[in-house]
Each structure stands twice: as structure tokens, then as C-alpha cells.
Ligand binder design. Structure first.
Ligand code: NAD
Length: 283
């Protein structure tokens, strides 16, 4: 099995910056690729800020932060990922864009490198088809915020080899994560279950005349949820959840997966949850 020593991360947005942080903090030399130098520096700033916060909270020493930042190099060229053993793609959720990135990664990386996508809702198999080595392509689906949430879904696409899956799984474990394997089905594991479940909770607000705070109290005390569904949707972002619901509904067609009217209205009114200051709650 290929030993992962050097990691590439394509896209240093919300997810990519978090994934690059996990990688450097776990001791891997990591190359972060952004489309412009400014965005790359912004990505480094995000990583630095969170590492510094980790020092403040006693999770990391000041030397550890320095060493972690020292493992990060930035580039705007995909060709600079040529000697990476594992490349994780975290660009916008657009199939054509991801396929272009994978076609280029296929050209510039070593043939035995493992290429992974962090897609939430696209088919990993369709992304893999853009390469000449679909057996080296897997999904590595992190959860937001990536440095905080332990789960990583290791997604077996149609042609993924066991060796590539094992290498990606072993890397995730060495990076301190809790990986689980699954097939390339819409929503993988958690979103396939959580999205319709959260939508049920929102529909029950109206059907049963429940206030959001009482819904959260009910699910915390009756089902043992650490965070109630309304608070959770506010944290995820109403727009992100509506988009994910539409994607899942588009693929599997179950009516529970379609976004509830209440969420669509909230999105149109700009009530996006924590990030906009108002959702089910005011922040
Ligand atoms: N945000 C989440 O909660 C979450 C959770 C799990 C998975 N994901 C997935 O992670 C991926 C990235 O999501 P995000 O939330 O980090 O998005 P984001 O908007 O924060 O970042 C998008 C990244 O794509 C890059 N990009 C934009 N246009 C590009 C182009 N033409 N060529 C190359 N790169 C380009 C941007 O520079 C940026 O680095 C998506 O596939 C998304 O579905 C997101």
C-alpha cells in the first residue's frame, strides 16, 4: 500500500483550509493550491488563526503551531502537486469544474497517487471518470468544521481499488479522524439520514404547532440529541441545508428530502442562521 507522506489540497475555502490544517497539524508536508495568490494567503491566514486559537486553548504548543505552519506551502499551479501521494480536492460543488481538476491532476501527479474528492452530493464515480486511473480515485467526505468534527466518510466509487481506499482510510486515521467506509450513493451515510430527518423536524413545527425552542428541547430530552434540530440547521446554514436537500431530492426523489416551505421562505428573507445573525434563533 502506498504510504502517504505528502498531501495536496486543491481549494483553500471553508473545507480545504480545514483539511489542510488537519494535514499539517498531523505532521504531513502539505501543498495548498488556490486560484490566486491572494486567496492562497487568505487560506493560510485561516489556518494560522485556528492553529493560534488551538495554542490559546492549550491543544497545541507554540512550537507545534510554528512547525505545522512550516509544513504548509502554497501554490496556484496544480503541477506543483506532482510529488504528492494523496491529493484532496475541495473546490466548488460543480461537476464540470471537479472533472477538469481531476483530469489535470491525472496528468500532473504520479500514477500511484491517490486522488480524493470532498464532494457532498456529486457522484465520485462520475468525477473519477475524468481520469485515466479511476481505481486511484476515492471520496474523502469531511464534515464542517473539518478540524473539529471527527468523521470522515471514505467513499468507494465504482472502480476504486481496495488499496487506494485503504491508503486514504489509513491517512485519515493518522490525521486523528474517525473514518468509515461506504459506497458512492447519494448523501453517503450521514447526509442521507440527517437531511430528511431535519426536514421532518421542520415540518413538525407547523404540523404540531411547536416552537423552535420546544422542538430543540423535545429532541434533546426525548431523543438525546446533543444539539436540537433548529439550532443545528442554524449552525449548518439555511441556504446550505436547502441546497443539500434539493440535491438529495433531485437524486432520490423522496418527498421528505425536498426542502420544507418554511426553510425556502427563510432563505428568501435572508434568514440564513448563525452566519446572518438570524434563523430559527437570533444571534
Ligand atoms: N461547507 C460544508 O459544510 C461542506 C461540508 C462537506 C463537504 N463540502 C464540499 O466541499 C467542497 C468545497 O466546499 P466549501 O464549503 O469549502 O466551499 P468554499 O466556497 O468555501 O470554497 C470553494 C473553493 O473552490 C475554489 N474555486 C472556485 N472556483 C474555482 C475554479 N474555477 N477553479 C478552481 N478552484 C475554484 C475557491 O477558490 C475555494 O477554494 C464542495 O464540494 C462542498 O460540497 C462542503
Amino acid at each position: 500500500m502506498i504510504e502517504i507522506r505528502k498531501v495536496g489540497v486543491v481549494g483553500l475555502g471553508t473545507m480545504g483550509a480545514g483539511i489542510a490544517q488537519i494535514s499539517v497539524q498531523s505532521g504531513f508536508d502539505t501543498v495548498g493550491r488556490e486560484v490566486t495568490d491572494e486567496l492562497a494567503e487568505r487560506g493560510r491566514g485561516t489556518i494560522d488563526r485556528y492553529l493560534t486559537r488551538g495554542v490559546g486553548r492549550g491543544r497545541l504548543s507554540a512550537d507545534g503551531r510554528e512547525a505545522a505552519l512550516g509544513r504548509l506551502t502554497l501554490t496556484t499551479e496544480l503541477a506543483a502537486l506532482g510529488d504528492c501521494d494523496l491529493v484532496i480536492e475541495a473546490v466548488l460543488e460543480e461537476l464540470d469544474l471537479k472533472r477538469d481538476v481531476f483530469a489535470e491532476l491525472d496528468r500532473v501527479t504520479r500514477p500511484d497517487a491517490v486522488l480524493a474528492t470532498n464532494t457532498s452530493a456529486l457522484s465520485v464515480s462520475q468525477i473519477a471518470e475524468a481520469t485515466t486511473r479511476p481505481e486511484r480515485v476515492v471520496g474523502l467526505h469531511f464534515f464542517n468544521p473539518a478540524p473539529v468534527l471527527p468523521l470522515v466518510e471514505v467513499v468507494r466509487a465504482r472502480e476504486s481499488s481496495e488499496e487506494a481506499l485503504d491508503a486514504a482510510y489509513a491517512w485519515a486515521e493518522r490525521a486523528g479522524k474517525q473514518p468509515v467506509r461506504c459506497n458512492d450513493t447519494p448523501g453517503f451515510i450521514v447526509n442521507r439520514i440527517l437531511i430528511p430527518l431535519l426536514n421532518d423536524c421542520v415540518r413538525v413545527l407547523d404540523e404540531a404547532g411547536v416552537r423552535p425552542e420546544d422542538m430543540d428541547k423535545a429532541m434533546a430530552n426525548g431523543a438525546g440529541w446533543p444539539l436540537g434540530p433548529c439550532a443545528l440547521i442554524d449552525l449548518i446554514g439555511i441556504d446550505v441545508h436547502v441546497h443539500a436537500s434539493e440535491a438529495l431530492h433531485g437524486k432520490l426523489g423522496e418527498s421528505r428530502m425536498a426542502p420544507p416551505d418554511r426553510l425556502v421562505r427563510m432563505q428568501a428573507e435572508g434568514k440564513l442562521g448563525r452566519k446572518s445573525g438570524e434563523g430559527f434563533y437570533t444571534y
